[in-house]
Design a protein around this ligand. Structure first.
Ligand SMILES: Cc1cc2nc3c(=O)[nH]c(=O)nc-3n(C[C@H](O)[C@H](O)[C@H](O)COP(=O)(O)OP(=O)(O)OC[C@H]3O[C@@H](n4cnc5c(N)ncnc54)[C@H](O)[C@@H]3O)c2cc1C
Length: 395
């Protein structure tokens, strides 16, 4: 590609400097694109997948957090602001601080919002030391302590309903904790309850069978097709509804996941689809109404399961479209969900939009099965790849 073609892109504005925003900015820089701005209010960048390992007691904060400045690619401007809305007919974004920024190309990578207030009582309960979660860094650290200190009683793990960010990872700290309790001889004295809105531990049968084996092996009590109606932290109990019937469960520790949804400014700016997420074509990732607006990552409904693994493929599609016009690769919905089923093995599911297994190592159809190799990938290799290759636009 010639330099003049790259310059012709004009100002590129990226909303959100998380996994998707930084990795696509880095890829664009590597293609010689100039004038890129990331708008990101947070000063700390977090590698969310390892929060599950923190909650499960096998990782700590130092592996997960870096400053936003340090992950912003060289040559890219980072604006520590929040976008309030977008004016797509005027090619500008409006900041919460009141300013406006014009763009030639807009890439929305603002993630998904956590709505702790969407379940009555949950937000208040999260202030208690006994209510923890792998979905925020602070609560993941509290989870590590709460699960480590538990040697009897009831612990409840919940999985969020779709839409969610990699919903299945709610199971990771549960299995990690169970493995530890089993090794210490404590598991028989702990009632472990798993509550999920899904009908099975995963939507692909082969993977669900692997996980069902794990659930059985640990003796975990499961409630599938379940909604949490209310959490009452003063009584340390929650109401669970399955097929219209409500059951109250008392807990000593509640490992909760928040309901999740699209940010309201997406719909308010006219960019949202029926589900409130950015309305892009799931194959090209280009907005259905505005040609110069794109979205990737958790902010759009592009895959069956939102994941960081999916973003690797999505970023490449957008960057190729912007810098190599004429290339028409389409995103097939590839995504992944890793489950650490013990402290040394994982079930690593990779799949496409239609729920067909799609292993990264071609032809290894059974890669998803419980393995030591995929645990090492998830715990050791992928974090290194994230900081050193993905955020640098090299993978
Ligand atoms: C606990 C947990 C474990 C996970 N485990 C895995 C895993 O094992 N494997 C895997 O592949 N995936 C996993 N995921 C999913 C993966 O982390 C996400 O899919 C990925 O981080 C999404 O990247 P993103 O850039 O779309 O969103 P984010 O990384 O959330 O980044 C969005 C950014 O946008 C910013 N932002 C939001 N609103 C605005 C605004 N109005 N203006 C400007 N900026 C804004 C936010 O501050 C944020 O930094 C996990 C997720 C969680 C929560």
């Amino acid at each position: 590609m010639s330099k003049s073609t790259t310059r012709a892109l004009g100002p590129v504005v990226i909303v959100g400097g998380g996994n998707a925003g930084v990795s696509i900015a880095a890829r664009l820089r590597r293609r010689g694109v100039a004038d890129i701005t990331i708008i990101e209010p947070r000063h700390q960048h977090v590698y969310a997948p390892l929060q599950s390992h923190i909650a499960g007691g096998v990782a700590d904060r130092r592996e997960v957090v870096r400053s936003q400045a340090s992950v912003t690619p060289r040559g890219v401007t980072w604006l520590p602001e929040r976008v309030a809305t977008v004016h797509p007919d005027e090619n500008s974004v409006e900041l919460s601080s009141g300013g406006r920024i014009g763009y030639a190309q807009l890439i929305i990578a603002a993630g998904i919002e956590q709505r702790w207030d969407a379940i009555p009582g949950l937000e208040e309960a999260a202030a208690d030391a006994s209510v923890v979660s792998n979905y925020t860094l602070e609560l993941a650290e509290q989870a590590s302590a709460a699960l480590r200190n538990l040697d009897s009683g009831t612990v409840v793990f919940t999985q969020a309903a779709e839409p969610a960010s990699c919903a299945g990872v709610a199971q990771k700290p549960m299995y990690l904790a169970c493995d530890r309790w089993r090794k210490l001889g404590l598991l028989d004295g702990i009632r472990v309850v798993f509550i999920s809105p899904e009908r099975a531990p995963f939507h692909i049968r082969a993977v669900a069978d692997e996980l069902s084996r794990t659930l059985d092996a640990y003796g975990i009590e499961t409630h599938f097709g379940a909604q949490i109606a209310e959490v009452r932290s003063d009584a340390s109990e929650l109401d669970v509804v399955v097929d219209g019937r409500t059951t109250t469960i008392a807990y000593d520790v509640l490992h909760a996941t928040p309901p999740q949804a699209a940010a309201e400014w997406i719909a308010e700016s006219g960019l949202g689809g029926d589900d409130g997420f950015v309305d892009v074509d799931p194959g090209t990732l280009r907005h259905r109404r505005w040609d110069n607006v794109w979205a990737l990552g958790d902010v759009a409904s592009l895959t069956r399961i939102r994941s960081g693994g999916a973003i690797r493929k999505q970023a490449k599609i957008i960057v190729d479209s912007l810098t190599r016009p004429g290339r028409q690769d389409r995103y097939d919905g590839y995504s992944e969900t890793p489950f650490t089923v013990t402290r040394r093995t994982a079930v690593f599911a990779e799949f496409d939009r239609r729920g067909r297994l799609q292993p990264s190592i071609p032809f290894w159809r059974t890669l998803y099965r419980e393995r030591r190799f995929t645990y090492l990938m998830d715990r050791r290799v992928l974090p290194w790849v994230y900081w050193n290759l993905i955020l640098k636009g090299r993978a």
